[in-house]
Design a protein around this ligand. Structure first.
Ligand code: ZN
Length: 759
């Protein structure tokens, strides 16, 4: 596995812009933490002191302590430790041969945990290949990892959690939102890809001193590809959890300078990069020629231990691909960590904790948890995974993702005129729907001797309208409850708090569409609620519209109001992608990508933003290309929230859209021909009332119609006019939103249209 990944990494590194995957990011993450918490050094020093106090009683001649203070050296004592595996995934199937994907199956997890235990019991067969100088130093860690059978609430579990998140592609501490108490369980998270902030590491962990500062992040996070049994990445990372350093010290630059790890039987070394088991690595003597240590035993006698004059390149805490062993000194150091209260490591194997976590209990037989994902068959840039916007009669594929038990049977039922109203497939099958609306999917999963579980999914698939809505008569989506907003389905694909929802404020009424971009999380170190928004996206789809009646020129118009949460311009990364399809979702074409300058008309607001007056709204007009003007065009509004400068909270605040409309009104009102000179609008521009002045009118009436940029009539009036200057009021309440209005004035047989700018 490592070799495959190395080849891949080398190939990627050859292209510019890709960084090579590093085996372990533990040291970088410690450095980042140290920068934020310099006092961490003190804790590390304290732990070292505790360790050394124990070490002085350790006689390396006999490899047995003269005074037994704990179970560290009892060859019959095993450290039983509860663990929990968190699978952060996007339903990407996991291959147990190439280790690609992220949805790791239970059985593979069971097998792999067993493989780690083989290493921690010194039963891995490759210890036979340890070179002669180190054979006598191979340590038996006597550690047994157990998948917990009770969760923190005491409910039965298999010690595995699954959560779908975009953070599987952008992993790091923020993906650790579902950790269990780290003093009761060692948490291990598995993801698809690390974020750049985590140095493209394959995995990293926190040593106990660092973990005391950030208990939420304590544990191991790793690429799903490194869980595999052929690799000792997890024993390496768990070594860090139990306070082991890299053999060359606490940095991530193997092969540079001679260093030490405070473990005597791992000789000083420069360490070795991931270059494979070369002779040069195996018999590297650069830093350890004539290496020995002097000790005083408990009786006050001095003695010397002549350690090998060769680096221990086969050590699991080196980076070589020859990793086969921990040394006895490392085992001792791990045991010391397990007997220390720093980060509560001594509680992990405490007998009460073992009962509480059910660590020593047999794996329970649990009922299945029905689940499924959906993918488009006909293409489209996004496979919707567990939620889908579907067109009538278009086939989509349903994939069984049921977990937790071996299935005896699975029964699916579907509403909405499904082509397959029922199915018993345990793998995948296609289906299509003739009736618009939300499809109800019911799954009944029958486990092996555990009974059945039925789950009703009522908002996973939305089937849109069969024909395009004729917009010429005027179509305004105001997101009022009384309108047809339910035909504009919203998808919160990753089921988090960044999402589209209805708001009870609007540009001209009390309703609008809102993207909730402000999450309530306060600081970077508080308990994660959702995690970084980076990588998330959420969609709203329009109903299909018929735009052919507009004579070949048509705009998408709407009002918007938004603010950024971050005040650092370069850290504002929110964007709204507007795409359209004219072929029932087979392809989506980009219409516009709106960034901060298009979205955040209200500047920076650090509290959750709500518009309070019509003046907070701005009009927006996007001219449609000819290709988009069909009798069945559907629009997709995809919001991608950005992460602020701290990488954790959102960069954007709440964003609102309202009065979405399709019309032939020109994109810019300057295109409108000036009317006859006898009509003027004053003042123009205005911030309050405005008047239409009709000059030299004979006895007649004037009818005025005021429309906003979307074509919606916001005011109309008719009154008698006569004299040199007749005035007709346009009350400010009707033109409160700033932007451009069109004023149509009809006097007798004359019609005049002028623009009015409200600022
Ligand atoms: Zn490491």
């Amino acid at each position: 596995m490592k070799k495959i990944l190395l080849l891949l990494a080398t190939a990627l590194a050859a292209q510019s812009g890709y960084a090579q995957i590093q085996p372990c990011g533990t040291d970088e993450m410690r450095q980042q933490l140290l920068a934020e918490h310099p006092e961490l050094l003190q804790f590390e020093a304290e732990l070292e002191k505790q360790l050394e106090a124990g070490m002085r009683q350790f006689d390396f001649r006999t490899a047995a302590k003269t005074t037994a203070v704990d179970q560290t050296d009892n060859p019959n004592f095993w450290y039983d430790i509860p663990i929990v595996i968190h699978i952060i995934h996007d339903y990407n199937p996991y291959s147990t041969s190439t280790f690609n994907g992220d949805y790791i199956p239970d059985d593979f997890i069971f097998k792999t945990v067993n493989d780690w235990n083989i290493v921690f019991a010194k039963k891995n067969a490759d210890t036979a290949d340890v070179i002669p100088p180190f054979k006598k130093y191979i340590g038996n860690a006597r550690i047994r990892l157990h998948l917990a059978t009770k969760d923190p609430n005491g409910n039965p579990t298999k010690g595995i959690t699954r959560r779908r998140s975009y953070l599987t592609y952008n992993g790091g501490n923020d993906a650790k939102f579902d950790g269990w108490s780290p003093t009761s369980y060692i948490n291990l998270w598995f993801i698809n890809k690390m974020s750049a902030a985590n140095n493209n590491a394959a995995a990293y962990a926190y040593k106990p001193a660092a973990a005391t500062y950030i208990p939420f992040y304590d544990g191991v996070i790793s690429l799903a590809g490194y869980m595999n049994n052929g690799s000792k990445t997890m024993p390496h990372e768990l070594g860090h959890v139990l306070n082991l350093s890299h053999t060359w010290g606490d940095n991530n630059q193997p092969g540079n300078a001679c260093g030490d790890d405070n473990v005597d039987d791992t000789p000083p070394t420069r360490g070795h990069p991931t270059t494979g088991c070369t002779f040069a690595s195996l018999y590297d003597t650069v830093c350890c020629t004539n290496y020995y240590k002097l000790y005083t035993n408990a009786l006050g006698e001095l003695y010397i231990v002549n350690y090998p004059d060769t680096a221990n390149s086969q050590n699991i805490m080196d980076y070589t691909y020859c990793d086969k062993m921990f040394t006895k000194g490392q085992v001792y150091r791990m045991h010391q960590a397990l007997n220390s209260n720093i980060a509560g490591r001594n509680n992990l194997w405490d007998s009460t904790n073992l009962v509480m976590t059910g660590a020593l209990m047999p794996m329970p037989d649990l009922k299945p948890i029905p689940d499924f994902s959906v993918v488009n068959i006909s293409g489209g840039s996004y496979l919707a995974k567990n939620a889908n916007f579907a067109f009538p009669d278009k086939e989509i594929r349903f994939i069984n993702q049921t977990q937790n038990d071996t299935l005896d049977a699975l029964n699916w039922t579907f509403t909405n005129g499904a082509s397959s109203p029922t199915s018993t497939s345990t793998t995948n099958f296609t289906n299509s729907f003739s009736e618009p609306g939300w499809v109800t999917v019911t799954m009944k999963a029958t486990g092996n001797n555990t009974g059945d579980t039925t789950v009703v999914f009522d908002k996973s698939v939305y089937v849109t309208e069969r024909t395009g809505y004729n917009t010429v008569a005027g179509y305004f989506q105001e997101f009022n409850e009384s309108g047809d907003r339910n035909k504009w389905p919203m998808f919160n694909y990753y089921n988090n708090e960044f999402k589209w929802q209805y708001a009870s404020v609007g540009a001209f009424d009390n309703a609008s569409l809102m993207y909730k971009g402000y999450d309530e999380r306060v600081t970077a170190t508080s308990s994660p609620i959702t995690g970084s928004p980076k990588g998330d996206f959420d969609d709203v789809f329009s109903l299909p519209v018929d735009l052919t009646g507009w004579g070949g020129a048509c705009n998408l118009n709407f009002f918007y109001s938004g603010a950024s949460r971050s005040s650092i311009s370069t850290a504002i990364n929110d964007s709204l992608f507007i795409d359209y399809t004219i072929n029932k979702g087979t392809t989506w074409t980009s219409l516009a990508k709106l960034g901060k300058s298009d979205l955040f008309n209200k500047g920076t607001i650090t509290t959750p933003y709500t518009p309070t007056s019509t003046a907070d709204w701005e009009p927006k007009t996007i001219a449609l290309p000819t290709a988009a003007i069909t009798n069945y065009t559907t629009f997709r509004f995809r919001y991608k929230p950005g992460a602020g400068s701290n990488g954790v909270t959102s960069s954007g605040n709440n964003f609102y859209m309202d009065r979405i409309h399709f019309a032939s009104w020109p994109a810019s009102a300057s295109d409108i021909k000036a009317g006859v000179a006898s009509v003027a609008i004053v003042p123009n521009p205005t911030v309050g009332d405005a008047w239409v002045i009709v000059s030299d009118a004979t006895n007649t009436t004037a009818a005025i119609t005021v429309t906003d940029i979307t074509g919606k009539v916001v005011y109309s009036a008719e009154q008698a006019v006569k004299g040199t200057q007749a005035r007709i009021l346009i009350p400010s309440a009707h033109i409160a939103a700033k932007g451009i209005y069109l004023i149509q004035t009809v006097t007798g047989s004359q019609m005049n249209t002028q623009k009015l700018v409200v600022y």
